[in-house]
Design a protein around this ligand. Structure first.
Ligand code: OGA
Ligand code: MN
Length: 292
């Protein structure tokens, strides 16, 4: 029997009774999916799984994204090309050189975002597994975007309802002053449109689809657009909407990118290895094609 214990009142839950080394049965998969619809973030502690087991678990909930959007993607440390390397390690497993552009690029994970919001069809779930962690820092924080929507005044909700934003990895990295993209990367990371307000399929609730990748709002002057996004970010990431996860080796955390944001927190990445691996599932369609 799986049990789900809420961490905040309505957001994030801890799952006991799961063993992700063996295949889930249909009832367990259905229980996990409905708990995801309710809580948005699930923490599975003590899962000492390998890459195959993590992929096998992920694929029960939807198709795995096959493309990794990163720089120097050909220098990949992990066996599966579809698995995202969220570590500070190079392809030999050593700590990245301090001036490696992959290190600068990966600092973008410390800005509040939703995974793959810069892809035409964004992501449904991400499943992040901790293989090694630093002694301090390196937490991951999650923000509840359905609660953030519910807490907005009705006048603000009405202003946001129909807005469409452009998302790109280039916009999030520009916030950190990282702009050295090759022409091929600029083409690969070209902006895509996404609704700002979406309806979460499994719960029927509305949520704000925010991400550091946003760089434009259609039909709005850029300074006004970016100021609005900044205000919404500040609103949505108030402590009352946020769960901070302090990692233990073997934790698997699964989140719904359709109704949450997350960010990594700082740690001494020049000194300690942090080996985290992510399986990412695709949503069904671009948000403009989804029903609101
Ligand atoms: C991710 C991510 C943050 C972290 O895996 O998608 O943004 O804490 N991770 O590593
Ligand atoms: Mn992420």
């Amino acid at each position: 029997m799986l049990s789900f214990t809420p961490i905040q009142t309505t957001f994030a839950a801890r799952v006991e009774g799961a063993n992700l080394r063996s295949p889930l049965n249909d009832a367990q998969a259905a229980d996990i999916e409905s708990a995801m619809d309710r809580y948005g973030v699930l923490v599975f502690p003590g899962q000492h799984i390998d890459d195959e087991q993590q992929m096998d678990f992920g694929v029960r909930f939807g198709p795995i994204e096959t493309t990794r959007a990163t720089v120097d993607a050909q220098k990949h440390r992990l066996k599966h090309s579809a698995m995202n390397d969220i570590s500070n390690l190079d392809e030999k497993g050593e700590i990245l050189a301090a001036d490696d552009r992959r290190r600068f690029f990966s600092l973008g994970n410390r800005l509040w975002h939703s995974d793959s919001s810069f892809k035409a069809t964004p992501s449904k779930y991400s499943l992040l597994h901790a293989r090694s962690i630093p002694p301090d820092g390196g937490e991951t924080e999650f923000a509840d975007m359905r609660a953030a929507w519910d807490a907005l005044p009705a006048t603000m909700q009405a202003q946001l309802r129909e807005l469409v934003c452009d998302h790109s990895l280039i916009y999030s990295r520009a916030q950190l002053g990282f702009g050295e993209f090759t022409d091929a990367e600029k083409r690969q990371f070209a902006p895509v449109p996404q609704r700002l307000v979406r309806r979460h399929a499994g719960s029927g609730r509305l949520s704000i689809f925010l991400s550091a990748h946003i760089g434009e709002i259609h039909g709005m002057p850029k300074p006004e657009a970016l100021m609005l996004i900044r205000d919404l970010m500040e609103h949505a990431t108030q402590p009352r909407f946020v769960y901070s996860h302090r990692w233990e080796v073997g934790d698997l955390v699964m989140w719904d990118n359709r109704c949450t944001m997350h960010r990594g927190r700082a740690y001494d990445d020049k000194r300690y290895k942090r080996d985290m691996r992510r399986v990412t599932l695709s949503d069904v369609a671009p948000t403009l094609e989804q029903v609101v």
